[in-house]
Each structure stands twice: as C-alpha cells, then as structure tokens.
Write a protein that binds this ligand. Structure first.
Ligand code: ADP
Length: 651
C-alpha cells in the first residue's frame, strides 16, 4: 500500500503542477501586463502633460516674441524719425532721454562722430601771449605772488576786449584769489563778472567752456551743499550741463563736470544722461567700427551691443542688461504664471539652465537672440501628471486585485474538484483492491471443496469456517465503505437515545465472538459502576469500540494483552482501548485519523483494513459531540480514548 500511496502521490504532483503553473501564469501574466501598461501610461502621461503645457506656452512665447519684435521696430522707427537738422548733442540727448538707446553716437555727413566728438568743438587757438599776460603768469607761477597775480589778471580783464580773453583773465584772477586764500572775493568775481550771458560762449585754447570750469572750481572750494552761493552756482552749472543746445559743451567736459557735481551733491543733482555719456565715451574711445545694419550685434566691448539707425547717421548702443530688462518688462505684462520665467539668451551665449520647456528665436533687430521658457518648479509638471497617474494606478491595482481574487477562487474550486476526484479514485482503487483478497481466498476454498469429492467432514467444516471468516471480513470492509460513503454524502443518520455505557460495552464484547478467545490473547473488560447515561446511537458507538478493539487485535503480536475500560471523566464517559502492540511514532499518531492512512499497508491488509476505520470512528465520535485521542509509544502499545458527554450535560 505504501508503494501505491507513493505512486498516487507522484501522479497527484504531476497533475497538480501544470494546474499550479497555469494559475501562476494567470496571475503573473496579467499582473505583469497591467504593471507594464501602467508604467507606459505614467510615462506617456508625463510627456503628454509636458506637451500640452508646451503647446500652451508656445502660443504665449510666440505672442511675446511678436511684442519684442514690435518693441524693437518702434525703436528703429524712433531712430529713423530723428531730425538730422538738429545738432548732434541735441539728437543724443533726445534719444537718451526718450530711452530709445543706452548710448548714442551721432555721425556727421562725412561719417565722423559729431557727438561725442573726438575733436575739440573748434580749432585750437593759441593762449594769449601779451607782455601783461607774461607778467601776470610770472607772478603766479614763478613768484607765487597770488595776490599780485590776481591784480594783474584783473587789470588784463579790464583792459581786454574779446569775450574769450576777458573770461580767461577772470578765470586766472579767480584761480589766484583762491590760491591766495581769498576764495570769497574769487566767488564774488565769478557770480558778478563771469556768470552773465555774455560769457556763455567763452572758451579756452582747448575749446573747453570757461564759465562751467570756473563754476566747478568754485563748488569744490565751497563744498557746502547748503551754502546759498553753492546752490546758486550749482543750479546754474546743472542747467548748463543738462542743456544740449548750441553752444553745447564738449562731451568730455560735460561728463567731468556732471560727475563732479553729482559727487558734491549726490542727493539733489541727477543727470539722466550721465550713464549714456559714460557708455558712449567708452564706445568712442574704443574706436568701435560703426555698425553696418539695423540688427543688434556685439560691438566688441563686453556686454555692449549696437545697431545702426536706418538713416546710417546714428549708432545706437545698448547694454545686455537693458535688452534683457526690456524683454522682462514685456514678459511681465504678458500674464505668464508665477512659476514660469522667460530667459533672454544672446546669440552664442549658453542658456543658464540645461533644459527649457520651450524655446523660440527672436527675429527682427534681435536676430540670433532666443527666448527660453523655464518652469521654475518642475514638480508642478509632475503634479498635473500625478493626478492622472493616480487614476491609472488605482485602476491597475484594482485589475490586479480582481485577477488575484478570481485566481484564488478558481484555485479553491479546482482544489475542491481535484480533492473529490482523488477521493473517488482512492476509494475505487482501495475498494477493488481490498475486496479482491477475501474474494480470492473464498474462491480458492470453494474450489478446493468442489474439487475434493472425498473430503471428510472436519475438513469441510474447517474450510467453511475459513470461508465464513473471509465473509465476515468482507462484510466488515463493505460496512466501512458504506459508512464512509454515507459520511461523505452527509447521509449518515444516527438514532440517538439515552443509553447505558455498560450496555454498549457488553454489546461490543458480545459482537467479538470468539476473536479474542485464543490462549495467546487476553481481553480485560473493566466497567466502572453506576455510570451515567449517554445520549448516543448505541450501534454506532458499538461500531466505534469494535473498530478500536479490532485494531488493537490486528496491530498487537501474541501474546496480546488488551483492555477495554469504561469510566467517567469531566462530565463525559470514556471508552478506553489499550493494547501492548507495536505502538505509533508521534508523527504517525497525529495522522492515524486521516482517511486512507496506514502506517504499514501489508499489516493492515493481512487484518482486512483499508485505512478508513479510524476516520469513521472520529466522524461518529464528533457527531456525538465527543472527542477521540491516542496516547502511543512505538513498540510498547497504544491507548485510544473516546469521550462521549453524559446525557445531562448534552444539551
Ligand atoms: P486500517 O483499516 O488500516 O486498520 P485504521 O483507520 O483503522 O485503518 O487505522 C489506520 C492505521 O493506524 C492503521 O493502518 C495502523 O497502521 C494504525 N493503527 C490503528 N490502530 C493501531 C493500534 N492499536 N496500534 C498500532 N497502530 C494502529
């Protein structure tokens, strides 16, 4: 039987594996597919969100580019609309004050810079060289007699007739008065004599205007911005420096005096054109070749760009900062979301960040420049995608859970089906196998009797006894099968009635017949007195005891010493069958109640067993609300105890 059981086990495994594999595949394949779809969907969703945003922002960026182009077209129009009949300094001041450009160079008809000019405003003239001048200079520079020198210069001024000469002499007089420590007189000379309209055009030999220079000197001497004379002179100088009309100061002198005035009175005096003057001076000093067209190009100075007015007579100069800020200003009015920034990248320059959401080249005057749109917080993109992804995730998860649950249900149902099929197979195999032996024995005995015509009576009797024994064994087997079958179908009916335990024991012992009557077998029956009644199907419990006694007999070598006891314990009646047989290992003791379980099938078969007896016993006992246990030791014997609740405690 062990061999058969093993073979059956192999068959079961072989049958089970493909099913398990299929079930596993049924879970793994859809799960893997769902996961794959999910990852793809998630990636696509992120890309789609990016794409959608790109499209939205592309439109905005195109609109911004048009505004930038328009903005620069207006600049060019302003440059083209300049009235070239006006003086170069006026053109400069006009364009700078209207913020058309950061710096401006105005060229004359011959292409030379007219403002700021590298040349003095008029051809240089020789300084005055009369005897009086020489004497006065000697007093000032050689003798350092400043008071005398001041007097000498004052006389020259009084006697000279030309505006330039008078102004020069007054300048020298004031200089000497300051050196002589009489600044106050010098300032009075300035305010009374020089600061009059007559000397507005007076210049020195280098073409510098005399009055503003003297005013600058006076302010440096006074230094007190609160002083009334300081304020008077400063205001006069400020208006002169801001005035680009004819006669215009040379750019160098204007720049110098503007810076001086601003440093002496930084809070009050602001020259909006000073930065433009400085930038243009740097540009002119660097002798930058004039720009060729109306496209903004680098001029060679760091971060300084220039373009030509459509007339070709003006070079407009721009710092990168201004270009960028202007575009930023246009961007601000574009109404882009707060976490979106537009970077302005000049031609050839690398963008500050590696990846931009969208990028667009600017046309027109800013050809080669690029607008790059960055999303400050990249998580914003993800958040938009995450919402959709969460939907995918939950759907995927639901699909996986549903597949898993369905698979579990199918697996459970399959297991049940297979168990049933296995049970049927086992039953058919066991039944046919177990029936074969007694039938074969009986047939052999009957054949022997038929063949032996001269058989004497004792021999015939012996044969008939043997046939009767096989018959009993057969009936016992068939009884067990029928009971088992009824158990399985739930058709086993018990006729429960109040029964005396002693009666059950007596019935069982009577049913044994002479089975235990051999000399090598002893059966001790002990029934405790006054046992309470139990609610039981007497026949079923008798079958239980018979099964246990039958096993004790089968699995015990001669001399057998078997005891059957009935006694009360904890509200139950215990029916105990003890033997001194082969016993059971702890592992087997746990399995003896399993269907078809046999420790050694050869032994069982010899005694007419098929591994169903104890499972039937357990079924009957459980149906009575009782329990069965076994206490066994290998080689020393076993004790099976059945507990059935007494009638009063069974409600
Ligand atoms: P079987 O018809 O084979 O006796 P059972 O269900 O009655 O089937 O018993 C199951 C197995 O338990 C037996 O095959 C045997 O190996 C073991 N077994 C049962 N009773 C005893 C016992 N008293 N002593 C030793 N082994 C036993």
């Amino acid at each position: 039987m062990a061999g058969r059981a093993l073979k059956t086990g192999v068959r079961r495994d072989q049958r089970l594996w493909p099913v398990l594999m299929l079930l596993l595949l049924a879970v793994i394949v859809p799960t893997a597919c769902v996961l794959w779809f999910m990852t793809e969907a998630m990636r696509n969703e992120r890309l789609a969100v990016r794409q959608r945003l790109k499209e939205v922002y592309h439109g905005q960026l195109v609109a911004l580019e048009q505004r930038v182009r328009e903005f620069w077209r207006e600049k060019l129009e302003a440059l083209a609309a300049v009235d070239l009949q006006r003086s170069a300094p006026e053109i400069f001041a006009g364009l700078v004050n209207e913020k058309v450009a950061d710096g401006v160079v105005v060229f004359d008809a011959s292409g030379q810079p007219a403002y700021p000019s590298r040349l003095p405003p008029r051809p240089a003239i020789l300084p005055p060289d009369s005897a009086d001048w020489r004497h006065a200079r000697e007093l000032e520079f050689e003798r350092a007699d400043y008071a005398a020198a001041a007097g000498a210069y004052a006389r020259i001024a009084g006697e000279s007739s030309g505006v330039d000469s008078v102004a020069l002499a007054r300048q020298a007089q004031i200089r000497c008065l300051v050196k002589a420590g009489d600044s106050q007189t010098g300032i009075t000379v300035l305010t009374d004599e020089l600061m009059v309209d007559e000397f507005r055009r007076a210049t020195n030999a280098k073409g510098r205007f005399i009055v503003p220079d003297v005013q600058g000197l006076a302010l440096q001497v006074i230094r007190d911005a609160q002083d009334a004379q300081f304020r008077l002179i400063a205001e006069s100088l400020r208006s002169r420096l801001s005035d680009y009309r004819d006669p215009a100061l040379p750019a160098g002198q204007r720049r110098f005096l503007m810076a001086l005035l601003q440093s002496l009175s930084p809070d009050e005096l602001i020259f909006p054109t000073l930065e433009a003057e400085r930038l243009t001076a740097r540009y002119v000093d660097a002798e930058v070749p004039a720009p060729g067209n109306t496209t903004l190009l680098p001029c060679g100075l760091p971060d300084v760009w220039h373009l030509a007015a459509p007339t070709g007579r003006i070079a407009a100069i721009f710092t990168r900062e201004t270009v960028v800020n202007d575009i930023r200003m246009l961007t601000a009015s574009q109404g882009l979301p707060a976490d979106v920034t537009v970077e302005v990248v000049p031609p050839g320059a690398p963008p500050s960040r590696a990846s931009a959401l969208e990028s667009l080249p600017v046309g027109g005057s800013l050809a080669g420049w690029r607008l790059m749109l960055h999303v400050e917080d990249a998580r914003f993109l993800d958040t938009a995608a995450d919402r959709q992804i969460a939907v995918y995730l939950w759907t995927g998860l639901l699909a996986v859970v549903v597949v898993a649950i369905l698979t579990l249900l199918i697996a459970g149902s399959l297991r049940g089906q297979m168990k049933l099929a296995r049970l049927k197979n086992d039953l058919v195999a066991t039944v046919s196998h177990e029936l074969k032996t007694p039938l074969a024995s009986m047939r052999l005995l009957v054949d022997s009797l038929l063949d032996d015509e001269k058989a004497d009576e004792p021999q015939v009797r012996e044969y008939l006894q043997l046939i009767a024994r096989e018959n009993t064994r057969l009936s016992h087997l068939i009884d067990n099968f029928l009971t088992f079958s009824r158990m399985q179908r739930g058709r086993q009916v018990f006729r429960i009635a109040e029964t005396r335990p002693a009666e059950i024991v007596t019935m069982a012992v009577d049913a044994l017949g002479d089975k235990f009557s051999s000399p090598a077998c002893r059966l001790d029956v002990e029934i405790a007195p006054d046992l309470p009644m139990i609610n039981a199907d007497a026949d079923a419990i008798v079958t239980v005891i018979l099964n246990l006694l039958d096993n004790a007999h089968k699995y015990t070598e001669d001399p057998k010493c078997i005891a059957l006891r009935a006694y009360p314990k904890n509200g139950s009646i215990c029916f105990e069958v003890q033997d001194n047989g082969m016993g059971l290992s702890p592992r087997n003791a746990k399995r003896v109640f399993d269907r078809f379980f046999q420790v050694d099938d050869r032994l069982s078969r010899a005694g007419g067993g098929c591994g169903l007896g104890l499972s039937i016993v357990q079924f009957v006992v459980n149906a009575h609300g009782g329990s069965i246990s076994v206490d066994s030791e290998l080689g020393r014997g076993s004790t099976f105890v059945v507990q059935i609740p007494v009638a009063s405690s069974l409600s």
